[in-house]
Design a protein around this ligand. Structure first.
Ligand code: N01
Length: 536
């Protein structure tokens, strides 16, 4: 089966995924005159924002920053309604982008790429889909997302539950009405913490099954009015410039002083101000918060006092305060009324540390202490992050080596962009790049621009393949590991470490040196004739 526009082989580029990275790849690579086609598992564009439709789903990066920067007209025309946009608005925006730049026509939807094999003789990739497509292409761009493969924990009896079962990452498009229902939510990461307050408002009773507590900071979300929008739009250029130089891809700079050298009242005032401004940036108030445990303690103690001040029952507050990781070493959640929810009569926090889940049965969840009768069960249990989506595609490079084999001891990339043994295969915002530690839209733009320039370089010089050397990959892994070891991040059992998936190799996957630093390294590599890559 062949779509009309992909009948003439080979294509220049196959793009896998129509989320933010895939959309921009389609735009940028087409603009370069390349023949591009994309495949997307969903029925529409948007990736994360297409699938994650659970109640309360909202971005934790401010709307003006979590948006494409490649078109001045687009960023001037689009009006965000809130400081932190909710999922429907972000999806509306991405639909608008797809229509405005005619990107939808480049994708085949409802189609999953099953395999991609590199043919050494022709130096072409052969890509198969579950809908029977068999296409050849010079390059493959994996815009498969870092948090796109749902983790459904293998709990005894999981499939025997007779009520409705949901995963936050694959929420029904028509929404779910929990009115009058006894609902169980398993998981208290961002997805659980964002959805719990809204499910609690509907449900007859909500049981929140918490294994590990997480730190959460109120979003401080506000509507944006015309005056505020005009003010931000007038200074968009500076805002973007600052974001692109920053650590996390938004216009924010930590106080460079140690949290410990600042007088206590000044430090508390700084935390207070960041808490008021809301969200994940609280974790970066002072630059050494995530590298010095003592400095971290000052932020942790502040956050804990905030939790205690909201939760009426201090024995519940005790459970809601994490005790297993420094604040910020797992992604801080950005919530709306999360802690307040535990003051409601119809909400019960179930402590799985004390009494773990034994099994799920037809009527609910059985822990080692009790049975909870439920009508609906929500898995807010996260994702096989950063490697999960690629792991599920049978990708074979030189000599038929699979990407799974290549990555069996943890993902091995150079700059997060290329893999030794897999020529002309590019990964967007993958392991080894700042990726999930940065603003994913700006990160995707930076990666795709780099990839497009690399292809242009090959074409201009009559070259066929680009592939990182094994030395470059080893060196980059060492660099990533050295930078991670200088922080507190590896001490947390986070999905950054692969720790949430049983059996997954533990390695800190993202590059933690900051978005601006990383962008400079990528630019430098290109300027030096793609240092570390073999071009043939
Ligand atoms: O997933 P998570 P998430 N039994 O892995 C629990 C981004 N995001 O979807 O920690 C019982 O963080 C698990 O417990 P534990 C954001 O980057 C952003 O919430 O393993 N519990 C944990 O509590 C975020 O970090 C937004 O002990 C089990 C939870 O499930 C990332 O996505 C919104 C279990 C999973 O938490 C992932 O967030 C949403 C089991 N067998 C997501 N297995 C924004 O705000 C797992 N858990 C933009």
């Amino acid at each position: 089966m062949t779509d009309p526009d992909i009948s003439t082989a080979p294509l220049d580029v196959v793009v896998i995924g129509a989320g933010v990275a895939g959309l921009y790849a389609m735009y940028r690579l087409r603009k370069q005159g390349l023949r591009v086609h994309g495949f997307e598992a969903g029925s529409g564009v948007g990736g994360t924002w297409y699938f994650n439709r659970y109640p309360g789903a909202r971005c934790d990066v401010e709307s003006f920053d979590y948006s494409f920067s490649f078109s001045e007209e687009l960023q001037q025309d689009w009006d965000w309604s809130e400081k932190y946009a909710a999922q429907p608005e972000i999806l509306e925006y991405l639909d608008h982008v797809a229509d405005r730049f005619d990107l939808r026509s480049g994708f085949t939807f409802d189609t999953r790429v099953k395999s991609a094999q590199f043919d050494e003789e022709s130096a072409l990739w052969r890509v198969h889909t579950n809908a029977g497509h068999d296409v050849t292409s010079r390059f493959v761009v994996c815009a498969t997302g870092s948090l796109s493969t749902a983790n459904m924990p293998n709990i005894d009896g999981r499939d025997s539950f007779a009520g409705d079962v949901f995963h936050t990452g694959f929420w029904p498009h028509e929404g779910v009405d929990f009115t009058g229902k006894r609902v169980g939510v398993i998981g208290t990461g961002s997805s659980g913490i964002q959805s719990v307050p809204l499910i609690a408002e509907q449900a007859d009773h909500l049981y929140v099954f918490q294994r590990s507590a997480n730190y959460s900071v109120p979003a401080g979300n506000t509507p944006l009015d015309d005056a505020r929008r005009a003010e931000i739009k007038a200074s968009y250029a500076e805002r973007r410039a600052l974001s692109k130089r920053s650590g996390g891809g938004s216009p924010f700079i930590s106080d460079s002083r140690s949290a410990l050298e600042v007088p206590e009242d000044e430090r508390t005032a700084a935390y207070e101000e960041r808490w008021r401004l809301g969200g994940v940036l609280f974790g970066k108030t002072f630059a050494d918060q995530t590298s010095n445990l003592e400095a971290n303690d000052t932020a942790r103690e502040f956050a804990e006092s905030k939790i205690r001040s909201v939760v009426q029952d201090q024995s519940i507050a005790d459970l809601l305060i994490p005790n297993d990781h420094p604040i910020g070493t797992k992604r801080i959640v950005t919530d709306t009324n999360y802690y307040q929810t535990y003051n409601r009569d119809n909400v019960t926090l179930v402590n799985l540390k004390k009494a773990p889940i034994e099994a799920i049965d037809a009527t609910g969840i059985k822990t080692t202490e009790s049975h909870y009768d439920l009508d609906a069960l929500v898995f807010a249990t996260g994702f096989d992050a950063m490697t999960g989506a690629l792991d599920r595609i049978d990708i074979r490079g030189r000599g038929g080596e699979t990407l799974r084999e290549n990555w069996h001891a943890g993902p091995r990339t150079y700059l997060g962009l290329g893999v030794n043994g897999f020529p002309n295969l590019f990964v967007v915002t993958g392991p080894g790049s700042p990726s999930v530690l940065s603003n994913m839209i700006l990160a995707a733009e930076q990666h795709v621009d780099w990839i497009a320039d690399a292809i242009a370089h090959l074409d201009a010089n009559n070259l066929t393949t680009i592939e990182p050397s094994v030395e470059a990959v080893d060196g980059w892994l060492e660099e990533c590991s050295r930078r991670a070891s200088a922080t507190l991040f590896p001490s947390a059992n986070s999905w950054y470490m692969g720790a949430n998936i049983p059996g997954k190799t533990r390695i800190f996957m993202p590059f933690i040196g900051g978005f601006g630093v990383y962008s400079d390294i990528c630019a430098d590599v290109a300027a030096q004739g793609y240092r570390g890559f073999e071009l043939n």
